[in-house]
Design a protein around this ligand. Structure first.
Ligand code: ATP
Ligand code: MG
Length: 620
């Protein structure tokens, strides 16, 4: 059995100030101000009703104890019954409103989080992992919901109950009231201080929860790799460590909270003792009646309960403050790619793509990933980009669709800066098919009509045909209605790649950017795809990244990217003539007799050319 002992939380700053994070929720409270005011009035009414009950009991008891008064127990009994019933309904309505508001606030926040995340760029996703974001959207928002539904109600009812209780007690006996409430400020202050100390415990607990979610999420994503590498036991051990840490944090927070629960009753037990001693004497000396004495007990219970709970209520606030801080850390993250479109965009895009001295560095990188790239791609041209692994090919295509924060005046479509297009419109004009194929866990048809459910089958088949996918789909029992599983796992690597290619093609965009989309298909299929592409895109701009000369050779122009700049540029024949990287690659990948000699010469020189190393890797 694991022992859940742990040292105290880190206290790098005052936890009292952290409550201020809750002010971020103000907008939500204002949104539901009307219903909240109604429920506050409801609470006030319910409280006053509760305070009248002891008075009625006092009337009944006094009429029994005092021989001079006619005994009257029926009227108080009926009145109490009526009050209890009415109070019940007021209470039900009030709680119902609270619950609905709390659900609405959680809903609003969760929606805001999701919307915010949708438009984020690379920096955001480097800063927050998937699991962390999931934990924040689920767990932290639940904490906030607790405060909205209970926490602040407890605080308001604290003031109401204590206020009405003390007021009614004071009307009966000011001196006894003074004695009874004397210990309460101490109780409240101690409760307050303990709650204040609670914040770091909750924050650590939430962070530990996030770690569990994060780890589980990554594990599930990589389960195949983990199993293929036989790392299950290792993963179980790592999970156990993370999970134990979470359990320790929960234990620590709960233990601290339990202390609050234990200390409070001890502190508040002073009040009944005072009533018995001092109140009893007042009864004996005839200063108060026995009815007043009994009523005091009821009022004392009424007042002490919320005072006792104040610590817990405040700790709920501190937990929510921790949650709010974590939520707004995400919401306050400024969007990298800002949409600042100009007003008059042309209605038709020809597809002329130009890079003008584009330089881009990934944050923290030692040297620029793209280093002064200038190239003009005419409308309707087909361009192939080749280059070593990590040369910057994908980054160059990402710059076009602003998946990286492209600097101004560097990338233009039809002479207009890509930064001047609305991002959505830009990505409609220039469709990029990313290097790692991703499919949604639904049917092939829904994947192909993902951005436009209105597409007819003829269009889908046309795209599938051009992507070399049609025959595969025909062979499937359910055809286009085949469900592809999570991330397309029921398809082969090549099928998945062709399906994403078809999804890109069907958009029929003026500019199509293919990031290494034929790497997992055989050369025969590749030929079929290339002729399909030529048919579908003969007058449209197409840029394709490849590691294969067989793919690139048909392009109008070939660019070789090396270390972020264009090293070679020209047609297949021109680059072969040039005798550089492209020519080497062509030789290594070729089976033609005339290339054999060059190939063996290159292979024998492996140590001085890593170009060849990579070329061999690609060929094999
Ligand atoms: N988000 C990132 N943060 C930091 N560096 C990055 C990031 N993405 C890519 N890089 C770096 O930028 C360089 C270029 O990456 P890029 O993906 O453009 O290469 P590539 O030419 O497409 O390679 P490949 O042929 O392997 O796909 C690499 O060195 C890579 O490590
Ligand atoms: Mg790449």
């Amino acid at each position: 059995m694991t022992s859940f002992t742990a040292t105290g939380p880190r206290r790098e700053r005052s936890s009292f100030k952290d409550i201020a994070h809750l002010k971020n929720l103000g907008v939500y409270f204002r949104r539901y101000a009307l219903v909240l005011s109604i429920s506050i009035i409801g609470m006030l009414v319910a409280n006053i009703m509760s305070a009248i009950v002891p008075l009625l009991m006092k009337t009944g008891i006094d009429s029994l104890a005092d021989p001079e008064i006619e005994p009257d127990i029926i009227m108080p009994a009926i009145a109490i019954a009526v009050i209890v019933i009415v109070r019940f309904f007021v209470f039900v309505v009030t709680r119902r409103i609270m619950r609905r508001v709390s659900i609405a606030v959680a809903y609003d926040l969760r929606k805001r989080m999701f919307n915010h995340i949708q438009y984020q760029g690379a920096a955001f996703f480097t800063r927050f992992s998937t699991g962390d974001l999931m934990s924040r959207t689920i767990n932290d928002i639940s904490m906030i919901r607790m405060v909205v539904s209970f926490g602040w109600v407890n605080i308001i009812s604290f003031f109401f109950t204590v206020g009405t209780g003390i007021y009614f007690m004071a009307t009966l006996s000011p001196s006894l009231t003074a004695w009874v409430v004397l210990p309460l400020p101490f109780v409240a202050v101690i409760g307050f201080m303990m709650a204040r100390a609670m914040f770091p415990y909750y924050r650590d607990q939430q962070e530990a929860m996030a770690a569990v979610t994060e780890f589980t999420q990554e594990n599930l994503n990589g389960i195949r790799t983990i199993q293929a590498m036989a790392q299950e036991e290792q993963e179980i051990k790592r999970f156990s460590a993370i999970s134990t840490h979470y359990a320790q944090m929960v234990y620590r927070a709960t233990r601290f909270n339990a202390w609050l629960g234990l200390v409070m009753p001890v502190l508040t037990s002073a009040s009944p003792v005072i009533i018995i001693f001092y109140g009893g004497q007042l009864v004996l000396s005839g200063e108060i009646t026995i009815g007043t004495f009994t009523a005091f007990f009821s009022y004392m219970m009424m007042v002490v309960w919320p005072v006792r709970m104040i610590g817990m209520s405040l700790s709920m606030f501190t937990a929510a403050a921790a949650g709010t801080q974590r939520i707004f850390e995400v919401l306050d993250f400024e969007q990298e790619i800002k949409d600042s479109p100009i007003a008059d965009l042309p209605t038709r895009t020809a597809g002329h793509l130009a890079f003008r001295n584009l330089t881009f560095s990934h944050p923290g990188a030692a040297r620029p990933t793209i280093d002064g790239v200038s190239v003009d791609i005419k409308a309707g041209e087909t361009i192939a980009i080749l280059g070593r692994i990590g040369a910057g090919k994908s980054t160059l295509l990402r710059a076009v669709v602003r998946l990286i924060d492209t600097p101004r005046d560097t990338v233009f479509i039809d002479g207009i800066d890509v930064c001047d297009y609305p991002v959505q419109e830009l990505r409609r004009i220039a469709t990029m098919i990313p290097q790692d194929p991703f499919l949604f866990s639904t049917t092939l048809r829904e994947n192909l009509t993902y951005d436009d459910p209105g597409r007819d089958d003829a269009e889908l088949w046309d795209a599938a045909d051009a992507a070399g996918l049609a025959s595969t789909v025909h062979e499937m029992t359910h055809g286009l209605d085949t469900i592809v599983g999570e991330r397309g796992q029921t398809l082969s690597g090549g099928q998945k790649q062709r399906a994403t290619l078809a999804r890109g093609l069907v958009r029929n965009a003026p500019i199509l950017l293919l990031d290494d989309c034929f790497s997992a298909v055989d050369t025969e299929t590749e030929d079929r795809i290339l002729s399909g592409l030529a048919r579908l895109r003969n007058d449209k701009t197409t840029v394709l990244i490849s590691h294969r000369v067989s793919t690139a050779r048909h392009a109008d122009r070939i660019l070789v990217i090396d270390n972020g700049h264009i090293a070679e540029s020209g047609t297949h024949d021109e680059l072969i003539e040039l005798g550089g990287y492209y020519a080497d690659l062509a030789a290594v990948q070729s089976d033609q007799d005339e290339d054999r000699a060059r190939k063996s010469r290159l292979l024998s020189n492996l140590d001085d050319s890593d170009v060849i190393e990579q070329a061999v890797e690609v060929t094999s």
